[in-house]
Design a protein around this ligand. Structure first.
Ligand SMILES: [Zn+2]
Length: 299
């Protein structure tokens, strides 16, 4: 090519141009070297991201394995190994047995019965306002009742006995165990109900129950009371779900720190509180306490 030769000729006569050409060649070399380096770095990045993907997948697999171990446990409601599923932050209602859909307080009451009232299935049990059949599954002498507005106490409504906890129609000393699950916060006169339950229990029997005991309340107080045929509200009315009627139950009492001593006094006995947190038994969440009041044995 004539052109480089021509440049060389000029370069030989022009030292400055010669320097420029040398510098140009040097820079070309550097660019080429940098390009090679870039290729190497890109290859390293690609290989690292492949490795990172693999690591993420490993971590995910390990987390899934840990989760599956955490979920596994024994359910006292359906009496089998099962998985427990957490559907939300409010464990009280959102921590379910995948087999029987039980919630923590239901599993806890049956755990307490299995652990401290061994053989309870052979006794006579009455449950007020049950919302599930977990206890009845394991007890032949199980009976239950609901409160129906305007129905004579002791009569049947569609095969279900109507009872008012404040004025039970059962004889004295009728049952080994009396169960109330989240019922006592819906009674206008829980003192009468506590006394009635003790009356119908056999000596040595027990009232086993759940009720929300609020952490921020020091003294229990009524939210509403009966004034003749009317309801008088001391605070804003609040309702919970109800398995019968219009599906809602008025909250009549907020219980606090004094709950055990209060209901113990009403029952003329003392209250034992059980609180068990064990994910292997699906036991965790809010308002998990199970309360037990025993009726004194004769002699
Ligand atoms: Zn279950």
């Amino acid at each position: 090519m004539a052109y480089p030769g021509f440049l060389k000729k000029i370069a030989m006569c022009t030292p400055v141009l010669s320097d420029v050409l040398v510098e140009r060649d040097r820079l070309r070399g550097e660019i080429s070297f940098a390009g090679e380096k870039l290729n190497m770095i890109q290859a390293a990045v690609t290989s690292s991201s492949v490795k990172l993907d693999l690591t993420y997948k490993k971590i995910e697999a390990m987390e899934a394995a840990v989760k599956s171990v955490e979920r596994r446990g024994y359910c006292h409601c359906c009496r089998q190994e099962t998985d427990f599923e957490i559907l939300g932050d409010w464990l009280r209602d959102q921590y379910l047995c995948v087999n029987c859909s039980s919630i923590p307080r239901q599993r806890h009451i049956q755990y307490v019965m299995d652990k401290y009232f061994s053989g309870w299935g052979l006794g006579s049990i009455h449950e007020s306002s049950p919302s599930n059949d977990f206890i009845s599954r394991y007890c032949e002498r199980y009976s239950s009742s609901q409160y129906f507005e305007g129905v004579k106490f002791g009569e049947l409504v569609g095969g279900v006995r109507c009872e008012n906890l404040e004025a039970l129609t059962f004889n004295d000393d009728s049952f080994d165990l009396f169960i109330t699950q989240d019922v006592f916060e819906h009674i206008f006169n829980p003192e009468l109900a506590a006394k009635e339950i003790m009356r119908v229990l056999k000596p040595g029997g027990a009232h086993i129950f759940t009720a929300p005991k609020h952490k921020h309340v020091s003294l229990s107080y009524p939210r509403a009371r009966l004034a003749g045929a009317n309801i008088e509200y001391m605070v804003e009315p609040e309702y919970h779900g109800n398995p019968i009627g219009d599906g809602r139950a008025l909250v009549t009492w907020d219980y606090g720190d004094d709950f055990e001593s209060l209901i113990g006094r009403w029952s003329d006995s003392s209250t034992t509180t059980y609180l068990t947190r064990d994910r292997l038994l699906g036991l965790d969440g809010e308002y998990l306490e199970v309360f037990v009041i025993r009726k004194a044995a004769v002699g």
